[in-house]
Write a protein that binds this ligand. Sequence first.
Ligand code: ZN
Length: 233
Amino acid sequence: MPKITETTLRQQLSEATRMMVMADLLDYSGHLSARIPDTDRVLIQPRDSSRAGLTADEILVVDLEGRVLEGNGPPPSETAIHLGVYRAREDALAVGHGHPPLSVLFSMVDAPMIAMRNFGFRFIGCPVHPDPTHIRTLEQGAEVAATLGSGRCCLLRGHGSVIVCESIPEVFLDSLEMEENARSVINAAMLGPLKPITPEEVVRLRPSFERNGYRIAKTWGHYQDKARQVGAL
Ligand SMILES: [Zn+2]
């Protein structure tokens, strides 16, 4: 399969950012990034650009030290989250950092993330990074990467989420499903004792809800159409 181009990555970053604002997964802060394949160059939006109207051509290129190589304006103050992951993980090609209000509640209590939705098993036991401050330095970024380990997600205590994938559409899908699962846990708990997805059920759910191309593409296409209909793309 041909490698994804920088032009396509810029387009995906712009669309995913706008669609995440539309889906209440990002607000005026938070950001997505992508590694340009086979390089140490990372695409990330400027700090001050609106997430609701981000364009492909304003996205910056930074190196793994956070120096701006192309584009105008400083990178986001928490670019170190992304750099920490890319420096530690060769498999990481796309990273999302947001402040999803319901998922973050699980970083504030002594109760691990559980799965109530069938797709939610991917987030069971999502680790919580203890540092509640802004992640501004490469050292802090490395600590976030250590909390992630080889996993695909972690929560930052009292702050936000970090999602690590192989593509921007996957970051979008995981951001959506993590928050939807968190919403279901909280709402279901108001009705009565919870009956979470069990380890045996996880095994049976994997064929349907482990990452697979058609679910990623279907979700991405659905939100692209929805965003176009309301003028967000
Ligand atoms: Zn943040």
